[in-house]
Each structure stands twice: as structure tokens, then as C-alpha cells.
Design a protein around this ligand. Structure first.
Ligand SMILES: Nc1ncnc2c1ncn2[C@@H]1O[C@H](COP(=O)(O)OP(=O)(O)O)[C@@H](O)[C@H]1O
Ligand SMILES: [Mg+2]
Length: 368
């Protein structure tokens, strides 16, 4: 069993994860697909350097066609790299033969967007399938499948067929099946993209339990930022077959460096300026104007009573225009739009107070 992953054990961004601590490691990996008639080729992945720390949940986010599925399929040999190396638990698997991959796949489970269950098999028999293929003795299969169905909350559905299940239940069967051979790594290809938001939440909670309680490393790919926000310790952003940003989820969400990352995260971290204010916004203040500030709260200070501190300490009226407080990878994060008088000494006092509270404040403009 793997040691539980401690998100604080790895620092932000560019600090490389040692080979010994990586469950999955891509080194300068490229993938080129030849086209049908042999004219030209499609470069699906280029120069991929990425490590998934043992015990972590790492999410790869990107738009359709970015190369996500190709990337994840390289990890269990469903695709072969055109260049570079792939290491699993430190072992170079790049040149494995098909027979080598068959043995390897037992230590890597995978779940899919459309579940890929066998419609002619019951829930029990779907979960048992990988064990039958592995030649596990019957008695052991019965005990193991029962435990897995308990884990995913489907003990009472063992005799049902996939057509009799909801989407969420089907994905639970998929998860139980993926865990049947006791893998060290679970690969998830858009596992919640076919589910409604509420069911998505419950499947994400189950994946988190699988990670934390069984110590299974998870590599997931998604085009949905809430999935990353909810359960990923680390995130990599992929665009045009390249990783454009990677790091701890909280750090990447609160300080995105690449414009694509910024566009993804603003939908979950930003607060919008109401349109009637956007139209009236001026760069330079005029007599009697108010300044519009976006205040960002992270970690500890997200729960500090900022507004009341500003009002009482500085003696300035602070108007809240919009705001949200949320959790990113389990850490509080908030964003507030406020308006304050743009005249001194009050304005300088507000900026000073924000600074002393270690809050990030951005001046969006001025309105009368
Ligand atoms: N088997 C294939 N043959 C040719 N091109 C492919 C194949 N699989 C994927 N591609 C191409 O590789 C690129 C990345 O695809 P994919 O990995 O499926 O992206 P995503 O999962 O992010 O939507 C796309 O341009 C796609 O058309
Ligand atoms: Mg895909």
C-alpha cells in the first residue's frame, strides 16, 4: 500500500518530482499519428514532461483535441509513444511488447466516460471479469467482488444488468471493475463528463476515497475545471499537445501564469463586474469617484473578517458589489468586488490596511 500523499510535500510549479516519488513519469514524450493515406501526420503530443507523484491525484485539463486521451492511453499501452520515455514506478515501459503490457495492465485500472460495461453481464460479472481473465480462483473472486461492491455502494445491485442502472451507478461499477486487480494507479478518461452535476460530485467523492483510503494514485483527464477544483492535488494544463502549465492545484488556480490557465480558472475563481459598472469604468479618478477593487483571499485569510476590519479600523464605508468564497483542493479561496472612496487619506488607508492583512487587491477602475 502506498503512503498517503501530502500535498504540502511538493512545492509549486517548476520543482521537479524525484523519479523515485513518481508513480507515472513522462520524459519528453511525443506522439505522432500517421494519416490514412500516408500524407502528412498529426502531432498529438509534443515534449511532454510530467510526473504524477505516488499517492497524488493529478488532473490534466484541456479543450477537445488537446491530446488528453492520447496522453492517458500511453500509460496503459493503448497507444505507443513516438518519442521520449514513459516510466511507471521508475520502470521504463516505453518499449514493452503487447505481452508485457498485458501483465502490466493489472496494476493500472481505467475508467471511461461511457463506462464501457458489458451489457450481457450482471454488475457482479462485470466486476469479476478482470479477475476471471487473470485466472483468480472462484472463491477469491466472489469475496473480492463483494468487497468492491460494498466499497462503491452497490452491494444490493449485484444481480442487475447495466441497462437497469443510472449513469452514476454504471460508473460505480466501472470503478469497482477498475479496482478488481488491486492496481496501484487509476486512470480516468472524462469519467464524470456524461453525468449530471450532483452525480459528478458523488463519483468525485468516491474517487477521493479510493485515493486517500486505498492509497491509489489517480491520473485523470477532463475538460471540466470543477473536477480539478474538487479533487486534484495537482493540475496540468494541456494545449495543442503541450503542457503549458503544471503545479499544485491551489497555487495554479490562485496564480495562473499561462493565459489558457487563466481562462479556465476564472470561471471558478473570478467574480464578474456587473455590466452597468463595466460601461462606466474610468481609469483616472475624478472628484468624488469611488474606486472599484477586486480583493482576493487565499488560505488562512479567506475567513478573516476583512470588511468589518476595514470599516472599523480605517473608518471607511466599504460597499460589497459581488463576491464568492469557495474551496479549491480543500483550501478556502475567495474573491470580492468592493467600492471605496477614491480620495485620500481614506483611499491610502484602505490600501494600507489590505496590505497589512496580506490581501491581494487589484484596482479595476473608478466610477462616480
Ligand atoms: N488514432 C488516431 N489517428 C489519428 N489522429 C488521432 C488519433 N487519435 C487522436 N488523434 C488526433 O490527435 C489529437 C489529440 O486527440 P485526443 O488525444 O483524442 O484529444 P482530447 O482527448 O484532448 O480531445 C487530435 O487532433 C486527434 O484528431
Ligand atoms: Mg478525449
Amino acid at each position: 500500500m502506498n503512503a498517503p500523499f501530502r500535498p504540502d510535500a511538493f512545492s509549486v510549479g517548476a520543482v521537479p518530482i524525484p523519479i523515485a516519488e513518481a508513480a507515472i513519469r513522462f520524459e519528453k514524450v511525443g506522439k505522432v499519428f500517421p494519416t490514412r493515406r500516408g500524407q502528412g501526420a498529426v502531432t498529438a503530443l509534443e515534449g511532454i514532461d510530467l510526473s504524477v507523484p505516488r499517492g497524488a491525484i493529478l488532473g490534466v485539463i484541456g479543450r477537445s483535441g488537446a491530446g488528453k486521451s492520447t496522453l492517458i492511453r500511453l500509460v496503459n499501452g493503448l497507444e505507443r509513444a513516438s518519442s521520449g520515455r514513459i516510466l511507471l514506478e521508475g520502470e521504463d515501459v516505453t518499449g514493452l511488447t503487447e505481452a508485457g503490457w498485458r501483465a502490466r495492465r493489472r496494476s493500472t485500472g481505467m475508467i471511461f466516460q461511457h463506462f464501457n460495461l458489458l451489457s450481457s453481464r450482471t454488475v457482479f460479472d462485470n466486476v469479476a471479469l478482470p479477475l476471471e481473465i487473470a485466472g483468480t480462483p472462484k472463491g477469491e473472486i466472489i469475496a473480492r467482488v463483494a468487497r468492491l461492491l460494498d466499497l462503491v455502494g452497490l452491494a444490493d445491485k449485484r444481480g442487475r444488468y447495466p441497462a437497469e442502472l443510472s449513469g452514476g451507478q454504471k460508473q460505480r461499477v466501472g470503478i469497482a471493475r477498475a479496482l478488481a486487480t488491486d492496481p496501484k494507479v487509476l486512470l480516468c478518461d472524462e469519467a464524470t463528463s456524461a453525468l449530471d452535476p450532483e452525480t459528478t460530485q458523488s463519483i468525485l467523492a468516491l474517487l477521493k476515497r479510493v485515493n486517500r483510503e486505498l492509497g491509489i494514485t489517480i491520473l485523470l483527464i477532463t475538460h471540466e475545471i470543477p473536477v480539478i477544483k474538487e479533487i486534484c492535488d495537482r493540475v496540468a494544463v494541456i494545449e495543442g499537445g503541450r503542457i503549458v502549465e503544471e503545479g499544485e492545484t491551489f497555487a495554479v488556480f490562485t496564480r495562473p501564469r499561462h493565459p489558457t490557465t487563466a481562462r479556465f480558472v476564472e470561471t471558478v475563481t473570478g467574480v464578474e463586474l456587473p455590466p452597468h459598472l463595466t460601461e462606466r469604468l474610468r481609469t483616472e479618478p475624478r472628484e468624488g469617484d469611488n474606486a472599484l477593487l477586486r480583493i482576493t483571499f487565499t488560505g488562512e485569510n479567506a475567513t478573516a473578517p476583512v470588511i468589518s476590519r476595514l470599516s472599523s479600523v480605517v473608518g471607511v464605508d466599504v460597499n460589497i458589489l459581488a463576491g464568492r468564497i469557495d474551496a479549491i483542493a480543500g483550501q478556502p479561496f475567495g474573491s470580492l468586488l468592493v467600492s471605496v472612496p477614491a480620495r485620500d487619506p481614506e483611499y491610502s488607508a484602505v490600501l494600507g490596511a489590505l496590505k497589512s492583512l496580506e490581501l491581494k487587491a487589484e484596482v479595476l477602475g473608478h466610477v462616480s
